[in-house]
Structure formats: structure tokens, C-alpha cells
Design a protein around this ligand. Structure first.
Ligand SMILES: NC(=O)c1ccc[n+]([C@@H]2O[C@H](COP(=O)([O-])OP(=O)(O)OC[C@H]3O[C@@H](n4cnc5c(N)ncnc54)[C@H](O)[C@@H]3O)[C@@H](O)[C@H]2O)c1
Length: 259
């Protein structure tokens, strides 16, 4: 018995856009690991991604293990795509119970090095997108009798490293999720946010390479987290094990923020 048996999950940003770790054949990021772990827990998974081929890779990995998954193209900066991803999920699997908003990009720099266009793009991809997918998903979840949403923020919501639009959008996600949780509670839908710390994911490997040895000493647990550890925390928040948890945040950072 899986903890997500009978549930239908939509993962937005469920591909993995970056190189695999040494020794791995399939590149693993937070979105892909979450999709695979939730499928192992019994969910039927619709994997949505800007790059359809990456979503298809995730879906194929799930099907190869005996799970249920399909892929759909979706650019979250387009409202029509957000609506269509929800609609396609319901058309394919008959309902929607669970949503993970994993998309998050980092462009621009500090206050003086970020252009207005870059800032607007970040708002559109990292924040407005989550508003849209939740707004389209909630009525379907209500119809299905309830469900759960997890938005992927970052420790950058609480700590600054001078990437202003990343930090601003990740912090804004906390308020967005809390507010959505208040509305969704009456439909038996829980909304929570996860704050990953330093994770050896596709996003990080794409940006700085596999720098485990350089990064690890900064972290109390002396290693980066893995995308699988993010996926497991998200699966918990989606499952009935978290049945009284809503409107809150879970930090998964090996102790970094406690330091
Ligand atoms: N790795 C870390 O250390 C770390 C730390 C904190 C937070 N996070 C958060 O984790 C999430 C991403 O992690 P990942 O490892 O899955 O990274 P990733 O970069 O592989 O992203 C996952 C997928 O998002 C897709 N995507 C990008 N733009 C999109 C768009 N406009 N529409 C739809 N899909 C789009 C990519 O194609 C990719 O396949 C982000 O929200 C990021 O901020 C990561």
C-alpha cells in the first residue's frame, strides 16, 4: 500500500534540466525525484514541463518501474498552458487531487544588476505561475473531495545571496501559499511550502557543476541534500500523514538555517 494510492498528481516542472551526477544515467532534479517518489507511493503522475522531452523522460522512468505517468508540455509563464495542464490531467486520469509547483528559475543579479525585463520574467515564471496553477487546480481538487498542494520555495526566501528577483519571488511564494491555504481549507485542500537548502540537483549542477566538496563544509550535516530527500519531504506533505498540516513551511536543509 502506497501513501498516495488512488491519487492523481500534477507536477509542474517535473523534468530535470541539467547533467546527471557522475555514475547516474538519468539526471535527477527536485521535480523529477518528486514525480518518481510519488509514483512509487501509488500516485498517477502527469509530468508537465517547458521541455516536453524532459517530461517524457520522467514519465518513461515511472512507467519502466510499473507506475502510471504521462507527460504534457507547459510553459508556466503562459496562463493558457497552466489551465491546459490541469485540464489534460483530469482528461487523462479522471480527477486531480495533488499539485506540486516545482518551477523556479534564477536570472539577474543584485538590485543594480537586474533589468526590469529580467525582474518581470522572474515574477511571471516563479510566482504568477503558481497562482495560476493553484487557481485552476483548486476547483478540480474540490470536485475530487479534497487534496494537497506543495509549492517549492527555497531557503533564499529567508536568506540573501544578492539575487534579488529569486529571493523576492521565493519569499513571496510563502505569502501566496499561506493565503491560498486559507481559501482551500474549506474545500479540504491543504497548501504548504517547502524550502530546500543546498541540494545537489540539476538546477545547481547546471549553474555551478558538481561542487559537493566545496559546498559540503558550509552545511552542519556536511553534505548537500539530494533531490530524493526533497521528493520524500514533498510526498509526506502530499500524503494523509500530513492531514492536519496546512498553511505552513518545511525547511529541508541539513541544518543550514539553524546555524
Ligand atoms: N537545487 C537547489 O539547491 C535548490 C534549492 C532551493 C530551491 N530549489 C528549487 O527547486 C526547484 C527546481 O529544482 P530542480 O532540481 O527540479 O531544477 P530544474 O532546473 O531541473 O527544473 C525542473 C524543470 O523545470 C522546468 N522549467 C523551467 N522553466 C519552466 C517554465 N517556464 N515552464 C515549465 N517548466 C519549466 C525545466 O525545464 C526543468 O525540467 C526550483 O523551484 C528551485 O528554486 C532548488
Amino acid at each position: 500500500m502506497g501513501r498516495l494510492d488512488g491519487k492523481v498528481l500534477l507536477v509542474i516542472g517535473g523534468g530535470a534540466d541539467g547533467p546527471p551526477r557522475e555514475g547516474e544515467t538519468l539526471a535527477i532534479g527536485n521535480g523529477r525525484a518528486t514525480s518518481i517518489i510519488c509514483a512509487r507511493e501509488g500516485a498517477a503522475v502527469m509530468v508537465a514541463d517547458l521541455k516536453l522531452a524532459l517530461a517524457e523522460e520522467t514519465a518513461a522512468a515511472i512507467v519502466k518501474e510499473g507506475g502510471r505517468a504521462k507527460a504534457v508540455a507547459c510553459d508556466v509563464s503562459r496562463e493558457e498552458d497552466c489551465r491546459a495542464a490541469v485540464e489534460t490531467t483530469v482528461q487523462n486520469f479522471g480527477a486531480l487531487h495533488l499539485l506540486v509547483n516545482n518551477v523556479g528559475i534564477g536570472i539577474g543579479g543584485n538590485l543594480v544588476k537586474t533589468s526590469t525585463d529580467q525582474f518581470d520574467r522572474m515574477l511571471s515564471v516563479n510566482l504568477r505561475s503558481h497562482f495560476l496553477t493553484m487557481r485552476y487546480a483548486l476547483p478540480e481538487m474540490a470536485k475530487a473531495g479534497g487534496g494537497a498542494i506543495v509549492n517549492v520555495s527555497s531557503l533564499a526566501a529567508q536568506r540573501s545571496n544578492s539575487m534579488i528577483s529569486y529571493e523576492a519571488t521565493k519569499a513571496a511564494l510563502l505569502g501566496l501559499s499561506r493565503s491560498a491555504a486559507m481559501t482551500a481549507a474549506r474545500d479540504n485542500v491543504r497548501v504548504n511550502t517547502i524550502l530546500p537548502g543546498l541540494i545537489n540537483s540539476t538546477m545547481v549542477r547546471r549553474a555551478i557543476g558538481d561542487r559537493e566538496a566545496a559546498v559540503a563544509p558550509r552545511i552542519p550535516m556536511r553534505r548537500q541534500g539530494t533531490p530524493w530527500e526533497i521528493g520524500k519531504a514533498i510526498a509526506f506533505l502530499l500524503s494523509d500523514d500530513a492531514s492536519y498540516i496546512t498553511g505552513t513551511e518545511l525547511i529541508v536543509d541539513g541544518g543550514l538555517s539553524a546555524r
